[in-house]
Ligand binder design. Sequence first.
Ligand SMILES: *Cc1c(COP(=O)(O)O)cnc(C)c1O
Length: 381
Amino acid sequence: MNNKIWLSSPHMGGSEEKYVKEAFDTNWIAPLGPNVDGFEKDLESFLGNNVHVAALSSGTAALHLALIILGVKAGDEVICQSMTFSASANPIAYQGATPVFVDSEDRTWNMSPEHLETAIQDRISKGSKPKAIIVVHLYGMPAEMDRIMEIADTYEIPVVEDAAEALGSSYKGKQLGTFGAMSILSFNGNKIITTSGGGALVSTNEEWIKKARFLATQARDNAPHYQHSHIGYNYRMSNICAGIGRGQMEVLTDRVQQRRKNTEFYKKAFEGNNAVSFAEEPDSDYYSNRWLTTILVDDASGVSREDLRLALEKDNIESRPLWKPMHLQPIFAEAPFYGDGTSERLFERGLCLPSGSNLTEDDLQRVIEKTEACFNTVLSK
Ligand SMILES: *Cc1c(COP(=O)(O)O)cnc(C)c1O
């Protein structure tokens, strides 16, 4: 059997162990300590734009706290991009609120501004103004932020940016994760940088970030005994994980370069294959970290996305269909949806190719050969 080629696997830079060892040497083995503070500072200076950062146990926890701080309560409605990972929508349900799903547009595959505005107007006409808008930058590609922010401002609804897949991407030269009233990042094992598991909440509003740290550490009031006037959570990042994060921040820019190179490599290799197309950056305003390289397979070629996925799997190569839209998920079947079928079409045709920053040229070549072989088998029938 050939060695496994993963979709996106952790890629250490080298100095992670130094920070983790420091935590051991100084006995900071807790959900606080110098690495947590240092990692937050590293993220703040990378993102710029006067943001403050709270390092947390996961991106999902960050999104949950964002909704709590924005005052989302049972019975409220929250707009969410339909085409995304379930972690974008689950925290809405944690609060007992209802997600209202909005379809994607063709250029970035992210939230369609048109359908967003239709959804807002329709929900308002039904007497339920949405409390927040969760927009996602899928696979690192920036959403159409100018238009989305303009609509959000018009209706005075706060935007929560799910930048879990988009650290290192930018829109009009501004880092993603700095547009929303609040934004979230993820450092899960498969993301562009990892802390083995972790996340962060980002905002220019320092009070909100302080509140997030308070809620994330069991909401302990200032008293010598344990005194509580809020429901708290155990959502803080550990000093060990943050040590990994500090090491990873030293190589983030390299990781973005390497992933963008993967995309270029695949694009060049499939130039002559009309059945394969790529998600392009619409223009120079959009800079994607290319967390995952994604393709659309034209099934008029006789090869479906699933044929290709199975052919790769046979050779021990991991690929994955695009995110299945939330409005098609059994758990959200009752939720309102505004759209025209774009995300459904993308899901049916789209595949994520192996995209790790640690893939060798031989690995990429193997993916390309197996893909071409899959098309050639069908064509020769
Ligand atoms: C990974 C991811 C999350 C969740 O992050 P975790 O750290 O795994 O909880 C949220 N949204 C999107 C779009 C993601 O890809």
